[in-house]
Design a protein around this ligand. Structure first.
Ligand SMILES: [Zn+2]
Length: 137
């Protein structure tokens, strides 16, 4: 019997493919508008600030802080069910993007995670690609 696996994105979807390509080298990429300097995440074709299309890819350091989080205590999906209780968190990267991920490497989610906590990206490999997760510093 095989282990249940995390549901994965389409790594070749046109708007997000450069982001997923970066994960091959464990680079956490985000876009910034070359016209108005708005940070854009999740990846897309246009700027959410000015609707322009001159977007530049940047590599984030992988360090950030927990903006907010929730503890999942029940799941019906076979992969996630084996991880309850687990933390889903909005993480603010030092460079500005905010992304939704998991905080891993903790003991008790009820006491070991808090808003403002410093975290660093950690990669969960899936073939050549990887999913960015976060671990407390
Ligand atoms: Zn813009």
């Amino acid at each position: 019997m095989t282990e249940p696996t995390r549901p994965l994105p389409n790594f070749e979807e046109s708007d997000t493919a450069p982001f997923w390509e970066g994960t091959r080298d464990r680079q956490l990429r985000f876009q910034r508008c070359n016209d108005c300097d708005t940070v854009i995440f999740h990846p897309r074709r246009h700027c959410v600030g000015c609707l322009g299309h001159d977007l530049i890819w940047h590599d984030a350091s992988g360090q950030g802080t927990v903006y907010s989080y929730s503890i999942v205590r029940q799941s019906y999906h076979p992969f996630f069910r084996q991880h309850v209780p687990y933390v889903v968190a909005w993480v603010d990267l030092d460079e500005g993007p905010r992304l939704l991920s998991n905080v891993v490497g903790i003991g008790d989610p009820s006491s070991d995670v808090h808003c403002g906590m410093a975290v660093r990206v950690e990669w969960e490999p899936h073939g050549d690609y990887a999913i960015p997760l976060f671990r407390p510093l």
